[in-house]
Design a binder for this molecule. Structure first.
Ligand code: EPZ
Length: 420
């Protein structure tokens, strides 16, 4: 199994570019099924999850190609409308293919995405929204079979501003006659990026970023060229790494507005932040101070995906920080691994109390994508050497992480195994 070997204790200094957003390129790759034409997508990170999504598109009959950070998808001739279990297993967010398959093919068959490391990840909100738009859904032995008997535009109220349910509903709504309003929609920036892509494809969509998104008219059918927005969670991860290690880093190609809750926490922890256009510079004098309560919320609140990276930084602080994870029910699986490095964290239900201290190197293993990123941050700040196992979790969502950390002066080596 591949692993990272990290020697900690040095400050991070330097400049690295932010990659395109995993959580934007995935729904937009699914949305390419709608156009029946050629989509050229720039700033696409080369990640395990992106490769999984491309395998699904190829399975469905699309032609795909990568040239640097540009992906091309031609969805002119689809040959299937099912996503089999082995491809669904690779990436639970493959449920995002449900909407565009229904919209384009009038039917879809997916195996139910299982739960994952951070929670049950149900899809009830997706299914009730699609039924509201006229989709008939049968569940047969772990598969979902959908048919678009008579799609019709409607008001769809989401019980929770689910990102994936918003995206699936939006994608089906582009094939409904009349007007669809998605009420209590997720407001994450990735939704606005998807809206921008759909508009370029000819769809009539407005309101992304607000709580009501309105879709009118028919299926978009046009070749599209689009640039994926920067990855706000990758941005937050490197900022937390510098806050934990000390030093001064600059991130380029970033969108400061999308990480302002994280920047506020780090400023309250004693970091100095400067932003200019797409550049964010963070300067951190060790040790960080304890930070005010960190409550994860739907955007524009504090992002749940940045909870683990910020917790790793809080572990090195002088003082305490309390975390309240309100989005996922099992998102503290990185805590026992951080404790192996000397972290002092008490978890009670959805609350975690971190008392900062000095960390030491240890052998640890990743439990999930963002928990793995937290272990990298802690290892970079710890005295001594750490070995981080099961890094495939990390490579799902962080492009060229060892190279970027080394460019900032961090001591990290990827060893053994082949890149998955
Ligand atoms: C997206 O997942 C992101 N993934 C997640 O990022 C992110 O943590 C999450 O949004 C919240 O911001 C992608 O965009 C690919 P949700 P998603 O539906 O859409 C519950 C990462 O690390 N829920 O907004 O699956 C659900 O269980 C990943 O990059 C239902 O109950 O998230 C959770 O508690 C992890 N029923 C909450 O809503 C449903 O039908 C938020 O889930 C759907 C969701």
């Amino acid at each position: 199994m591949s692993h990272y070997r990290i020697r900690g204790g040095s400050p991070l200094v330097g400049t690295v570019p932010v990659s395109g957003a995993k959580n934007s390129v995935l729904p937009i790759l699914a949305a390419t099924l709608l156009t029946g034409g050629r989509s050229v997508l720039h700033n696409c990170p080369d990640l395990r999850d992106v490769r999984s999504a491309l395998r699904i598109l190829q399975h469905l009959g699309c032609r795909t190609a990568r040239e640097g950070d540009t992906l091309t998808v031609d969805s002119s001739h689809l040959t299937r409308w099912d996503v089999p279990h082995d491809l669904m297993r690779e990436m639970r967010s493959s449920v995002i293919f449900l909407g565009p398959l229904i919209a384009r093919c009038g039917r879809a068959k997916l195996s139910l995405p299982g739960g994952c490391d951070i929670g049950q990840r149900p899809i009830d909100l997706h299914l009730s929204a699609l039924r509201r738009l006229g989709v008939t859904i049968d569940e047969q032995g772990g598969d979902i079979l959908c048919r678009a008997e008579a799609l019709r535009g409607q008001d769809v109220i989401l019980g929770f501003p689910s990102v994936g349910a918003t995206e699936n509903t939006l994608l089906v709504a582009t094939a409904c006659g009349g007007v669809t309003r998605i009420i209590n929609a997720a407001r994450e920036p990735e939704i606005a990026d998807l809206q921008e892509y759909l508009r370029k494809a000819g769809a009539s969509v407005a309101g992304a970023g607000e709580t009501v998104i309105t879709v009118s008219g028919e299926l978009p059918r046009r070749d599209v060229e689009h640039t994926i927005l920067p990855d706000r969670i990758e941005t937050a991860t490197y900022l937390c790494a510098c806050a934990a290690c000390g030093g001064e880093i600059t991130l380029t190609g970033a969108e400061p507005e999308h990480v302002n809750t994280v920047l506020q926490c780090l400023s309250e922890g004693g970091c100095t932040v400067r932003t200019s256009g797409g550049r964010i510079t963070l300067r951190a004098e060790r040790p960080l101070r304890g930070m005010p309560l960190v409550r994860t919320m739907p955007y524009p609140g504090f992002p749940t995906d940045a909870q683990a990276p910020l917790m790793a930084a809080a572990c090195t602080a002088r003082g305490s920080t309390v975390f309240l994870e309100t989005i996922f029910e099992n998102r503290y699986r990185h805590v026992p691994e951080l404790a192996r490095m000397g972290a002092e964290i008490r978890v009670s239900g959805r609350t975690a109390v971190v008392n900062g201290t000095d960390l030491h190197g240890a052998a640890v293993r990743c439990t999930d994508l963002r928990g793995g990123a937290a272990l990298v941050i802690a290892a970079l700040a710890a005295e001594g050497e750490s070995r981080i196992e099961e890094i495939a979790h990390i490579e799902r969502g962080y492009e060229r992480l060892p190279e970027k950390i080394a460019a900032l002066g961090g001591s990290i080596v990827r060893e053994d195994g082949q890149k998955d």
